[in-house]
Design a protein around this ligand. Structure first.
Ligand code: SAM
Length: 274
């Protein structure tokens, strides 16, 4: 890939997703573009850049951003968050729910990728709340392709196999015949999740109510500091006072202007009186 082609791709990706591809990402971009060249049957990166410049509907641009962004995730990633959720955050919020008349616990998994994160939250809530207090998890991601996978809730046995046998039998159905080797999340658990495509950097999220907890993990790492700052401030507006924000462990908010209290590494809380 030529320098000017990399600069073009890098500028376009930044403009539309704020994903900041530094010079060290040139190899990665080149490898990921290979897939798009095959899919579009174009011969060179130059042809592909020309195609992006001339297409009208932005469809290929969406595929490009999809190919560049990393969807890597797994069940109960960063386990300390799930321990904190079940042992501290949920009991505290449940106690407030009675006096503040919250009909249900609302959680947002922003940048949910293929769904392992929100299903891990759902399992945690089912285990620590049972039917005591209804809950709902809003699941969003910029990529329609990955969101469809999350909504389907079907995972390979090597992915699900890392969970305990008790959790597998309680929350998953084993596939047979053409679904051999797959597990599907049981509908009862899935019923508590909603899915919608959302670019975190475009406008104000369309939710009519604030959330008690937001998970926004392992996505800010791609954004520059200014974009991170704007995003954290935007997320803060969508958290109830006293509610929590969980970020990835490599995404400390140090050096970012924000109004949140630091509770533990990668766990923040909107002050009660804010
Ligand atoms: C590495 S995954 C993180 C998944 C999960 N949160 C976790 O921590 O395991 C990053 C996700 O962020 C999504 N993403 C990237 N840019 C985004 C944006 N501007 N708005 C919403 N989602 C975005 C990607 O599509 C990808 O699925």
């Amino acid at each position: 890939m030529r320098e000017n082609e990399f600069e073009f791709i890098r500028g376009l990706v930044y403009e539309h997703s704020r994903i900041n591809l530094g010079p060290d990402k040139r190899e990665l971009v080149s490898a990921r573009l290979g897939k798009r060249l095959r899919a579009t049957k174009l011969a060179t990166v130059g042809d592909y850049c020309h195609f992006l410049q001339t297409e009208r509907d932005g469809e290929e641009l969406a595929h490009l951003i999809d190919a560049i962004s990393t969807n890597h995730t797994f069940f109960f990633r960063e386990i300390a968050h799930f321990d904190f959720l079940s042992q501290i955050a949920v009991p505290e919020l449940k106690a407030r729910a009675r006096t503040e008349h919250w009909p249900r616990l609302d959680i947002w998994s922003a940048a949910c990728s293929s769904g392992e994160e929100p299903y891990s939250i759902a399992i945690t809530l089912d285990e620590c709340l049972g039917p005591a207090w209804p809950w709902h998890i809003e699941c969003t991601d910029i990529s329609n392709r990955i969101l469809a996978k999350a909504a389907a809730g079907i995972y390979r046995d090597e992915t699900v196999g890392k969970l305990t046998p008790a959790r597998i039998s309680r929350y998953f159905q084993k596939g047979y015949g053409p679904q051999e080797g797959n597990y599907r999340v049981k509908p009862a658990l899935q019923a508590g999740l909603g899915f919608q495509q959302l670019n975190l950097l475009e406008g104000e999220p369309p939710f009519p109510h604030p959330f008690h907890v937001i998970f926004c993990r392992n996505v800010m790492i791609y954004f520059d500091r200014k974009t991170q700052e704007e995003l954290v401030q935007k997320l803060t507006r969508h958290i109830v006072p006293g509610g929590y924000l969980f970020v990835g462990h490599s995404e400390s908010l140090t050096g970012i202007r924000h109004s949140l209290q630091t509770i533990k590494p990668a766990i923040y809380r909107r002050p009660l009186n804010s």
